[in-house]
Write a protein that binds this ligand. Structure first.
Ligand SMILES: N[C@@H](CCC(=O)N[C@@H](CS)C(=O)NCC(=O)O)C(=O)O
Length: 206
């Protein structure tokens, strides 16, 4: 059985758990990180030297980095469309996964930590506003992409959407100014109707 080490409130754990649920796989998840701690312990650091979550254990295979875990599970246990059979669609899905970590995640982290985990009197409002503008620009790119197709690579969701859609949940549910993005909203609404997304991503923001 797959084992995921990481707290359910982590967006990177959520991506992995959402995919596992979509595939109907059995999994054991252990609360590590955040208020649960444990990620600074030698046994955890031996598995994930970054001391971050998630970590996947599948038999004697241990890997960290959420998008690598998503790619592995999608390929090892999934099938088309999550891990697209078509090489070109797979490359595009992979491209969006990398784009997410490089260009969206850093801004969303500043916004999320600022608005959810920092009391108002201690917030760096300039940093939050700067990150909001940059995230809005990135999500504008996504919105234009989604004008042409219902999901990132075409008519079906893939591992690329798994990596990205959890940020849309946060974006649309935090108190912040959002430029119009009808295609992004329609794409997000499609996931919000899926039980697996509701169970693993649409959790209270904490
Ligand atoms: N690039 C890594 C980032 C992992 C990461 O930053 N995880 C955060 C939670 S989203 C973490 O472990 N924070 C410390 C903690 O939870 O104690 C990945 O995608 O897995």
């Amino acid at each position: 059985m797959l084992k995921i080490l990481g707290r359910a409130s982590s967006i990177n754990v959520q991506k992995v758990m959402w995919l596992i649920a979509e595939l109907g796989l059995e999994v054991e998840r252990v609360d590590i990180g955040g208020p649960f701690g444990g990620n600074d312990q030698p046994d955890y650091l031996a598995k994930n030297p970054m001391g971050l979550v998630p970590t996947l254990e599948d038999g004697d295979l241990v890997i960290f980095e959420s998008h690598s875990i998503v790619r592995y599970i999608a390929e090892a246990y999934g099938a088309d469309p999550w891990y697209p059979a078509d090489l070109r669609r797979r490359a595009v899905a992979s491209q969006w996964m990398d784009w997410t970590l490089a260009h969206l995640h850093p801004h969303m982290t500043v916004i999320y930590k600022g608005l959810v985990r920092t009391p108002p009197e201690k917030r760096d409002n300039d940093a939050i506003e700067n990150a909001r503008r940059q995230a809005a620009d990135m999500l504008g790119i996504l919105d234009r992409r989604l004008a042409e197709r219902p999901y990132l690579t075409g008519d079906d969701p893939t591992m690329g959407d798994i990596a990205l859609a959890p940020y849309a949940y946060r974006w649309f549910n935090l108190e912040l100014e959002r430029p119009p993005a009808d295609n992004l909203r329609a794409w997000y609404d499609r996931f919000a109707a899926r039980p697996a997304f509701r169970d693993h991503v649409m959790l209270p923001l904490s």
